[in-house]
Design a protein around this ligand. Structure first.
Ligand code: GDP
Length: 508
């Protein structure tokens, strides 16, 4: 490839378009080599373009602190099943205390905002439970600033409560405890807080810094208190974002709408998203046609921490993917192509290394099966093989069948198949009067050594899923050794039976 490019650089008659865009080597590296070799060179415009096509879209470096502005917290609700996560989300969505701007019926787009009477906003991700949270985390995306841990006051800390705590701690996301179902007569909020101590969640009552708010999600009691606690924690965290420059965000929901085509909900993390922006996410890209808020209203723009429904994707990007704004549709296509290419390459590398690993294991097994025995002489080996293989035929005392034996060599493709064959032979009761004798077994294709051993013992070679090279076949033919190679076990066994029968004296 490098030769090709060198040629392209030095000799302009080479058609640069014949080069795949991503085959261009690192520009700095080429410059260095060319400079060192004293060559004169000039980058062509085509090369500049190709060089650009070779780059993925990347998030920008951290912003200048002076550009940062406060942003609302993004909150995920977690907790044990039936402790009231869905109910809490529903009542927050409908709540009169914390009203949404349009006051309309909010739609499920994956997230919604509530606004406190004092003006502060909170964004709630409305997929309860930690499934969504951890799938985001697994992709390295941090979608959440604060976890609201719902614990039913009549039930206390349960195993999924503990799991939620662990998830939040691992992600280093602070917790607010919502002690739910406080309307119930059996409610015991104190017990909840005490039980949480055992999991290093120390609430304020116990001298810790974790806020615990008693609520009733069902009755809508003290939702304002919970919202205020959230805002207070967010203020302490000094959550900020850079509202300038290209947009960055995260896909939290993605589906295909009959009318609108692929539709996603994104949480904006940087910049201000507007109609006409060109975005890439994973291997999809969009020219933003419409933006909708959680009330189904068309909006002009979305700032950091805003959940926004984006229409205009060419296909459906997956949840958890980072959104990046790029300068043009052309650039978006390049990035998508580049990513697809990278993925293909990655797949090839993985497939290749899987094959190599298999081969290596194969070889190691083979080596082990040989090494374990090479220090023994053939008589000792034979003893071991014999002990492995019981007589598969009841030896008739009358016929003095010790004379009637069929020596065989067993070869298989993997340790498992050899093992299986030996086991079948062990238990196989052919009700014949001939003794099967395994003089050698091993893994791998039939080798010269196998043929020589077969010749020495007068054995036949039975191979399962293994091959014998041309010169091995010739050697076997010359040595009078029969090769039976099979890919199906029962066929191999049939043949073995036939050979055993052929050894028996004719029935009188
Ligand atoms: P999730 O599995 O955590 O989403 O729990 P749900 O929101 O589905 O609630 C489970 C059950 O508890 C439902 O029958 C709710 O009506 C009930 N529930 C939720 N919150 C409260 C509450 O504050 N008080 C009472 N009494 N019941 C509640």
């Amino acid at each position: 490839d490098f030769d090709h490019i060198l040629e392209a650089l030095v000799n302009t008659s080479v058609n640069l378009d014949s080069l795949r865009p991503y085959s261009v080597l690192d520009k700095k590296w080429i410059e260095k080599v060319l400079t060192l070799s004293g060559m004169k060179f000039k980058w062509t415009k085509v090369h500049e373009e190709r060089e650009r096509a070779n780059r993925d879209a990347h998030p920008r470096p951290p912003a200048d602190p002076s550009l940062l502005v406060s942003r609302p917290p993004v909150v995920t609700i977690m907790g044990h099943v039936d402790h009231g996560k869905t109910t809490l989300l529903d009542s927050l969505r409908k709540s009169q205390i914390v009203s949404t701007e349009a006051g309309g019926i909010t739609q499920h787009i994956g997230a919604f905002r509530v606004q406190l009477p004092t003006g502060e906003k909170i964004t709630f991700l409305d997929t309860p439970g930690h499934a969504a949270f951890s799938s985001m985390r697994a992709r390295g995306a941090n979608s959440t600033d604060i976890v609201i841990l719902v614990v039913a006051a009549d039930d206390g800390v349960m195993n999924q409560t503990v799991e939620s705590i662990q998830h939040a701690k691992r992600a280093k996301v602070p917790i607010i405890v919502a002690v739910n179902k406080c309307d119930k007569p059996k409610a015991d909020p104190e017990r909840v807080k005490r039980e949480l101590l055992a999991h290093d969640v120390v609430c304020e009552d116990f001298g810790g810094d974790i806020q615990a708010i008693n609520i009733s999600a069902l009755k809508g009691d003290n939702l304002l208190g919970l919202a205020e606690a959230t805002v207070a924690l967010a203020e302490l965290m000094e959550l900020k974002a850079d509202p300038t420059g290209p947009v960055e965000g995260l896909i939290i929901e993605s589906r295909t709408d009959k009318g609108k085509g692929p539709v996603t909900t994104a949480i904006i993390q940087r910049g201000v998203l507007k109609r006409g922006c060109v975005l890439v996410a994973g291997k999809s890209w969009a020219k933003v046609r419409f933006l909708y808020d959680e009330n189904g209203q068309v909006v002009k723009e979305a700032e950091p921490s805003t959940p926004i429904q984006v229409v205009g994707w060419k296909d459906t990007p997956s949840v958890g993917k980072t959104i990046l704004e790029v300068e043009s549709e052309q650039r978006a296509r390049e990035v998508v192509e580049w990513r697809s290419y990278q993925e293909e390459q990655q797949k090839l590398v993985e497939e290749q290394s899987a094959i190599e690993l298999k081969q290596k294991l194969h070889q190691e097994e083979y080596q082990q099966s040989r090494e374990g025995l090479t220090h023994l002489n053939w008589r000792e080996r034979r003893k071991i093989f014999r002990s492995r293989t019981k007589s598969i035929v009841r030896v008739s005392e009358k016929t003095q069948s010790k004379e009637l034996s069929l020596p065989v060599i067993i070869k298989g493709d993997v340790n498992g198949s050899v093992e299986t064959l030996l086991n079948i032979l062990d238990t196989y009761d052919a009700q014949q009067e001939c003794q099967l004798e395994v003089v050698h077994f091993g893994i791998g294709d039939v080798s010269e050594n196998d043929v020589n051993m077969a010749k020495t013992f007068g054995a036949s070679i039975y191979g399962f899923n293994v091959a014998a090279g041309r010169h091995i076949q010739q050697l076997a033919a010359k040595s009078g050794v029969t090769l039976h190679l099979h890919a199906v076990i029962y066929k191999l066994m049939e043949q073995l039976k036939d050979e055993l029968s052929s050894k028996l004296p004719p029935v009188i």
